[in-house]
Write a protein that binds this ligand. Structure first.
Ligand code: TRP
Length: 327
């Protein structure tokens, strides 16, 4: 059974946006059908950068898990839990820390990059350096065979494999070496044409209401070389058109391409079509989310139950780890 097991976590950053949906969540929904999935809120990982400001974390978990549930991550099919409620992650993290050479962590490309990008924060901590060790613990404590992650997480997963291998070499075969499950995901651009991200303030959230969605879509950058409506445009250069392919039916899209290139269709009208298709597609999920959000305690209940289930599995692994370690 454990070779059909999948583990994946998201750092709680609050409400999810379209980038999260098309990049990660839609993939989770697919995997949920055929694997035993463990999905969790990586709140301890949030501490690596947010240790000085922990006030928002609980709320962020709540918003994020509401999105998971509304979009179909199902507690009947998957184990949905909170990292900090399963202490075995920390226990294994401590042990793996003993066998992980510091040089592996220092040469991790994400380490230096993040330290440079988040230069306003003091990230010269033990915990930040050890981020991949905690991530390795998250994964192998469930003996997961596969981990769906984005390209940016591949170096972390490589460290996970190295750590698992080293443990097995030192103490005997306990852990499978988990494989990255890289799925092709569309790159979702934000309103301004940069990668969609909450911190760039260019995101359309899954939970935005219809009016907010419309306003945001209408403010999107299009083909910057099309200055006047009478100028012919090029959909391949258009930031908004990347979203058309996700929300507007093929037939309509073909019409749009013709209208844009012949300058018959203006950008505002074109974006109105996109906004409406997006609103219609998202409407049932948004309604479900509102319904879930109106019942207090839904997320807490799911996480408590899921964390209990996760702990059962994690405890078994830790028994094996203690036996192998003889400590
Ligand atoms: N590092 C991941 C991210 O930043 C989150 C994460 C933590 C994770 N632990 C994990 C992902 C284990 C997959 C498996 O997105």
């Amino acid at each position: 059974m454990s070779n059909k097991r999948i583990v994946s976590g998201m750092r709680p950053t609050g409400k999810l946006h379209l980038g999260h949906f098309h990049g990660v969540l839609s993939n989770w929904l697919e995997l949920q059908k055929s694997y035993e999935c463990f999905f969790f809120a990586a709140d301890w990982h949030s501490l690596t950068t947010e240790y000085a400001n922990t006030d928002g974390i609980k709320d962020s978990i709540n918003e994020m898990v509401l999105d998971w549930l509304a979009f179909g991550i199902d507690p009947e099919q998957s184990v949905i839990f909170e990292q900090s409620k399963v202490p075995q992650h920390a226990e294994l993290n401590l042990i793996l820390g003993m066998i992980t050479p510091v040089s592996w962590l220092e040469r991790n490309p994400t380490y230096k990059e993040m330290q440079e990008n988040l230069s306003t924060k003091d990230l010269s901590t033990f915990g930040f350096l050890g981020y991949p060790v905690l991530m390795a613990s998250d994964i192998i404590v469930y003996k997961s065979a596969k981990v769906p992650v984005g390209q940016d997480q591949v170096p972390h997963l490589e460290i996970t494999r190295e750590i698992a291998r080293r443990f097995n070499y030192l103490y005997g075969e306990v852990f499978p070496e988990p494989q990255a499950l890289l799925t092709e995901t569309p790159k979702v651009l934000g309103l301004d044409g940069r990668k969609m991200s909450k911190s760039y303030n260019n995101a359309i959230f899954l939970s935005d209401d219809a009016e907010t969605t419309r306003k945001k879509v209408l403010s999107m950058v299009t083909d910057t070389q099309r200055v006047y409506k009478k100028d012919p445009g090029e959909p391949d250069r258009c930031v908004a058109f990347a979203l058309h392919s996700l929300y507007v039916p093929q037939e309509k899209r073909d019409e749009i391409v013709v209208g844009c290139r012949s300058a018959e269709l203006g950008c505002v009208d074109c974006k109105k079509i996109l906004a409406q298709c997006m609103i219609d597609t998202l409407a049932p999920f948004r309604a479900k989310r509102e319904e879930l959000a109106s019942k207090p305690g839904v997320v807490d209940e799911v996480l408590t139950e899921g964390s209990r289930k996760a702990e059962v599995v994690a405890k078994e692994t830790m028994n094996e780890v203690r036996a192998a370690l003889k400590v």
